[in-house]
Every structure is written in structure tokens, then in C-alpha cells.
Design a protein around this ligand. Structure first.
Ligand code: KG4
Ligand code: ZN
Length: 377
């Protein structure tokens, strides 16, 4: 067995400033990989600021990254009880993301790799999200000698983040085939925009989902875009428009309006709490129906029995419940991996693990942040 590697991960693709130190060892075979120890996992979020403005302002997010990056890296090293000399490599998110935010992480990582004389490993953030599933052993407290609970190849990967909704067939680390994705808005974006239409605070997805717990998912008939298309693509912008039309011009509230008596068209202001909860539940039902249908189709088409889910929307409980139900119905052997909520959203543990398994080092002077990095680049 090779010596474990201690990797400092840095992730600044959007509004989270994250640094983590992981000690990672591999036994060679992907299915036997057991060795991720999270020595520290620090995430500073500027979500409070975004909440004030109802969303992310890229320039502001970048300024917050600048303020946080050094304290966050220092704290990750302190918590891990590591000195720079203990590190084997530095991993950093190269893209995709907001250019101002990415530059802060990338330039910091380049500087540290140069002055500390460390290998520098650029990480594609989309790929990075999936590697949260390799930290499950550590988080569940499974010891290295016990049966591994990390995924083995091949598997279908469903990435559902704020900016991406993709289905991918993975056959090994770094070997994958893109199967389909959204043609317009991502699922997370649809959650966030619909939450705004409902006047819910930022971050939209989790708040909409919380409100949906009290609602009836069948109360409103919403479209399931591209549900029946033969491909593995998605589209969510029409669903967002349908919600907009429903709220602004659509059917009337079922309760007579308090002030005006007669039922009136809904608006976020005139909707009752129950109306809002019902609409939130119906939106969540529509988004998750499409995600589950296409994911199940990918699993059946490619005859694999493992699914790994990644990205912020993977924290959605209804999605998890529906995936578990649908997949166990047709394959009792199937296994689904979903990271704990803490590692679904942006973090640097996933960045460090991804770098370990896909370790293409780069000369620090040559690395450039790439806001448009895709899974085919
Ligand atoms: O992966 P992530 O942290 O950032 C990106 O790389 O985009 O994903 C953030 C997205 C946001 O759209 C957020 O609303 C959504 O994940 N999200 C959720 C939940 N938690 C986070 N959406 C639905 N239900 C949740 N529980
Ligand atoms: Zn992300």
C-alpha cells in the first residue's frame, strides 16, 4: 500500500470559502479504497450577505472570498495540526464558477505551492462534487479494515448543484461519459428562482423545501419538462415560468381574499401560508419527479447498479426518498450514495479527495482559473 498523502484542498468557486486537510490512502482497487481521514473541514460562507440582497452578487462574493481565504486556510491547518511541511500537495478548484471567486482560490494556491514547494493539483469543481461520496467511510466512523462503503465502478453520477444538472457514466477515476444535462436552468437554480417568486429568503432551495414539508405536493398541477423525451436531458426554465404565471396571473386563491372578499389572483403577498406551502411542495414534487425519472432511465440504459448523487440539491430529502423508492423497485441490489448534507454543498474535502484520485499536477505559473470549465474539457 502506498504512503497516505496529506492534501490541502482549497475551494472558492462561488460564495463559500473552503479549505480542508485530508489524509488519503488508497489500496489500489477502486472498490477497496477506504482511506479518507478528514483532518479539518473549514467553510466560511457569505450566505448572510447574500440573504440581505436576495442572491449572489459576483463582485461582492469575490470580495468576501478575499477577506476569508487566508484565515480559512490558517484555521484548516491549525485544526488539522499540520504545518506546511507536512503537506504532500495543494488541490484547488480551477473552475467552473464565478471568475472573481475562482481567482482568489487559484492565485492563493499558486502562491502557496510556489513558496512551500508543493505539488499543485487543479480540480474540476463538477467532478469534485462527486468525491464527497468517498468521505462517507470517515463520516460514518467505518474503520479501514471493515467493508468499504465507497462506490465502485461503474456507476451513474447525478450532479445537481446551483449551476449544473448532469448525468454521467463513470467507468473509473477520470474516465467518464457525459450522458445528458440541463438545456437551460439547473435544478438548484429552479429551486432558488421559484423560492424568490414565493418571497422566501435566500438560500432558496433549502427554504422552499422546508416550507414544502407543510404543503400538499399535488395541490398545483405543474409541468414536468422533458419527462417523456427519449434523451437524458433536462429543462427547468419552463417550470419556473409556469410558477411565475401561476403566481402573477394564474388561478385565484382558493380562499376569498380577506380585504376584497372575492377570490383574487395570487401574488406572493396575497397568498396564504398554506397556499405557499402547497405551491412549494408542488414545485419540489415536479423538480424531483423529472430528476428521478431520468436518473432511473440512465441506470437502466447502462445496466449499472450504483448511483452517486452530488451537489447542493443532493441534500433534498424528497429527492433522496424518491430515488431510494424508485431504484429499489427495479433493482434490490442497487446502491445509492448520497453525501451527508454538510458535504453536498461546496466544501474543500471533496476537492482534496478528487485531487488524490485524479492527480494531474501542474506548474503553478501555468494554472489559470477557468469559469467555463466543463466535464468535457
Ligand atoms: O453545490 P452547491 O452548494 O453550489 C454550486 O456549486 O452550485 O449547490 C447550491 C444549490 C442551491 O441552488 C441551493 O438552493 C441548492 O443547492 N440546495 C437545495 C437544498 N440544499 C441546497 N435545493 C433543494 N433542497 C435542499 N435541501
Ligand atoms: Zn458546487
Amino acid at each position: 500500500m502506498k504512503k497516505p498523502k496529506i492534501i490541502l484542498g482549497i475551494e472558492t468557486s462561488c460564495d463559500e470559502t473552503a479549505a480542508a486537510v485530508c489524509k488519503i490512502s488508497s489500496c489500489g482497487e477502486p472498490s477497496a479504497d477506504k482511506g479518507v481521514q478528514i483532518l479539518s473541514n473549514i467553510v466560511a460562507s457569505s450566505a448572510d450577505l447574500q440573504a440581505k440582497y436576495g442572491g449572489i452578487i459576483p463582485e461582492q462574493a469575490a470580495r468576501e472570498q478575499l477577506k476569508s481565504i487566508i484565515p480559512v486556510i490558517e484555521e484548516s491547518l491549525r485544526k488539522a495540526q499540520c504545518k506546511s511541511g507536512d503537506l504532500d500537495a495543494i488541490a484547488v478548484t480551477q473552475g467552473p464558477g464565478l471568475i472573481g471567486s475562482l481567482l482568489v482560490g487559484v492565485e492563493t494556491a499558486k502562491t502557496l505551492a510556489t513558496i512551500w514547494n508543493k505539488s499543485l493539483i487543479p480540480v474540476n469543481h463538477l467532478l469534485g462534487h462527486f468525491y464527497a461520496n468517498w468521505a462517507i467511510n470517515h463520516l460514518l466512523g467505518v474503520k479501514a479494515h471493515l467493508e468499504s462503503v465507497v462506490p465502485s465502478f461503474p456507476y451513474i453520477g447525478l450532479l445537481v448543484s446551483g449551476g449544473h444538472t448532469d448525468l454521467i457514466l463513470f467507468t473509473n477515476h477520470g474516465k467518464f461519459k457525459y450522458l445528458g444535462g440541463t438545456r437551460d436552468d439547473a435544478a438548484g437554480e429552479c429551486f432558488d428562482k421559484c423560492a424568490r417568486l414565493l418571497d422566501l429568503p435566500y438560500p432558496g432551495g433549502p427554504n422552499l423545501s422546508k416550507l414544502a414539508e407543510k404543503g400538499n405536493p399535488k395541490a398545483f398541477k405543474l409541468p414536468r419538462p422533458m419527462l417523456d423525451s427519449k434523451d437524458l436531458d433536462f429543462s427547468f426554465s419552463g417550470l419556473k415560468t409556469a410558477v411565475y404565471n401561476l403566481i402573477m396571473t394564474g388561478p385565484v386563491t382558493r380562499q376569498p381574499h380577506k380585504k376584497y372578499g372575492a377570490p383574487r389572483p395570487m401574488s406572493p403577498v396575497s397568498m396564504s401560508i398554506q397556499n405557499k406551502a402547497d405551491l412549494a411542495a408542488s414545485i419540489e414534487d415536479a423538480i424531483t419527479d423529472v430528476l428521478v425519472e431520468k436518473t432511473v432511465r440512465a441506470i437502466q440504459t447502462y445496466h449499472v447498479d450504483q448511483l452517486i448523487v452530488a451537489g447542493g440539491v443532493a441534500a433534498n430529502k424528497i429527492l433522496t426518498k424518491k430515488l431510494n423508492q424508485s431504484i429499489s423497485e427495479f433493482s434490490p441490489r442497487a446502491r445509492i450514495f448520497i453525501p451527508p448534507p454538510l458535504l453536498c454543498t461546496d466544501n474543500a474535502v471533496s476537492t482534496a479527495i478528487c485531487a488524490f484520485y485524479n492527480s494531474k499536477t501542474i506548474d503553478p505559473l501555468k494554472l489559470q482559473a477557468n469559469p467555463n470549465l466543463s466535464l468535457s474539457s
